[in-house]
Design a protein around this ligand. Structure first.
Ligand code: NAD
Ligand code: LMR
Length: 330
C-alpha cells in the first residue's frame, strides 16, 4: 500500500447507517485492499461523544486500510481536501411518513454542506447523498456549490436497484448474479419506477419472461417502491445496513467503474435524456468509467414505463419547487 490515502467524508457518522458504513469503508470494501482511506466524520455537536465511541471501535478493528480518522462538527474543517463525500446525516422518517415529508427538516442541512464542499473539498470531489429526500437534498447541495462540476453530485437509488434485483431473483428463481440491466427511474420515493422491460434474467428479457403485467403493476413495483416503509414497520427504524451496503456499491462503482456490458442505477443531474427536465437529480441507467458517469442512451420507453417515469419526475419537480420556495437553492 504505497498510495496516499483517499479522504472520505461521512456525515451523520454516529447514526445507524454510519455504524455499518464506516466499518465497510475502513475495511477496504470501497476502494479495495490496496488503497488506504482516511475517514473524515461530521456530526452535530451532541452526537460527538457517541462518535468518539465509534472511533474507538474503528481503532479496535486494526483495519490495515484505515490510515486515519478525524471527527468534528464543523463542515469546513471536516471536508477539507476530501475526495469523496457521503452525505448521510439527516433525520430518517418514521411510520406513516413519506420521504418527502422530510424536505423542510432535512433540506436545511444540505445548503451549508454544499457551500462547505465548494470552499474546501479536493478538486476531484464526488458527492453521494443518502440522507432523505436524497434526490432533492443532492439538488440543494449541488446548487450551493457553483465551483464544483454538477456531474460530481449524485443521490442514492442503488438500494432500490438492489431491492429490484433481489425481488426479481426471488420471482424467477434466478441468482442475483444472473440479473443484469436493472433500472430505477425517477425519485427515491414511492413513485420510483423499477423497469423490467430492459432488465434481463440470464440474458432473457425479464418482462417477456414473466409475461404478467398485473404482477408487475400490482406486486413487483409497489414491493420495491415501498420496501423502505415495510422495513420501518418491521424494524421500527429505517433500513441501515442495506442502505450502507448500497452506498458502498454506489460510490465504489462510480470510482472504479461498472461491470462491462451492464449498467447500474444512479440519481444524477439530468441533461434532458428520456424527457427528464434538465437539472433535476433523477435516477437513470448509467455506466461509469474513470470516475465519470454516462446515462445509457437509446432505450425504448413504452407507454407503461412512460407514465410511471413521468409521475416520478413530476414529484421531483414539485420537490424542487418546494425547496426553491424555502430559499434552499443557491
Ligand atoms: P440516524 O438518525 O440513525 O442518523 C442520522 C445522523 O445524522 C444522526 O447521528 C444525526 O446526529 C446526524 N446529523 C443530523 N444533522 C446533521 C448535520 N447537519 N451534520 C451532520 N450530521 C447530522 O439516521 P440513519 O438511519 O443513519 O439515516 C440517515 C438518513 O439516511 C435518513 O435521512 C434516512 O431516511 C436516509 N436513508 C436513505 C436511504 C436511501 O436509500 N437513500 C436508505 C436508508 C436511509
Ligand atoms: C429506504 O428506502 O429504506 C430509506 O429511504 C428509508 C425510508 O425512509 O424508506
Amino acid at each position: 500500500m504505497s498510495t496516499s490515502p483517499v479522504k472520505v467524508a461521512v456525515t451523520g457518522a454516529a447514526g445507524q447507517i454510519g455504524y455499518s458504513l464506516l466499518f465497510r469503508i475502513a475495511s477496504g470494501s470501497l476502494f479495495g485492499p490496496d488503497t488506504p482511506v482516511e475517514l473524515r466524520l461530521l456530526e452535530i455537536t451532541p452526537a460527538l461523544k457517541a462518535l468518539e465511541g465509534v472511533v474507538m471501535e474503528l481503532d479496535d478493528c486494526a483495519f490495515p486500510t484505515l490510515a486515519g480518522v478525524e471527527i468534528g462538527d464543523n463542515a469546513e474543517k471536516v471536508f477539507d481536501g476530501v475526495n469523496h463525500a457521503l452525505l448521510v446525516g439527516a433525520r430518517p422518517r418514521g411510520p406513516g411518513m413519506e420521504r418527502g415529508d422530510l424536505l423542510e427538516a432535512n433540506g436545511g442541512i444540505f445548503a451549508p454542506q454544499g457551500k462547505a464542499l465548494n470552499s474546501v473539498a479536493a478538486d476531484d470531489i464526488r458527492v453521494t447523498v443518502t440522507g432523505n429526500p436524497a434526490n432533492t437534498n443532492a439538488l440543494i447541495a449541488m446548487s450551493n456549490a457553483p465551483d464544483i462540476p454538477q456531474e460530481r453530485f449524485s443521490a442514492l437509488t442503488r438500494l432500490d436497484h438492489n431491492r429490484a434485483i433481489s425481488q426479481l431473483a426471488a420471482k424467477t428463481g434466478a441468482a442475483v448474479t444472473d440479473i443484469t440491466h436493472m433500472t430505477i427511474w425517477g425519485n427515491h420515493s414511492a413513485t420510483q419506477y423499477p423497469d423490467l422491460f430492459h432488465a434481463e434474467v440470464g440474458g432473457r428479457n425479464a418482462a417477456e419472461l414473466i409475461n404478467d403485467e398485473a404482477w408487475l403493476a400490482d406486486t413487483y413495483i409497489p414491493t420495491v417502491a415501498k420496501r423502505g416503509a415495510a422495513i420501518i414497520d418491521a424494524r421500527g427504524a429505517s433500513s441501515a445496513a442495506s442502505a450502507a451496503s448500497a452506498t458502498v456499491d454506489h460510490a465504489r462503482d462510480w470510482a472504479l467503474g461498472t461491470a462491462p456490458g451492464d449498467w447500474v442505477s444512479m440519481s444524477v443531474r439530468s441533461d434532458g435524456s428520456y424527457g427528464v427536465p434538465e437539472g433535476l437529480i433523477s435516477s437513470f441507467p448509467v455506466t461509469t468509467s474513470n470516475g465519470d458517469w454516462q446515462i445509457v442512451q437509446g432505450l425504448e420507453i413504452n407507454d407503461f414505463s412512460r407514465a410511471r417515469i413521468d409521475a416520478s419526475v413530476k414529484e421531483l419537480e414539485e420537490e424542487r419547487d418546494a425547496v426553491r420556495g424555502l430559499g434552499l437553492l443557491g
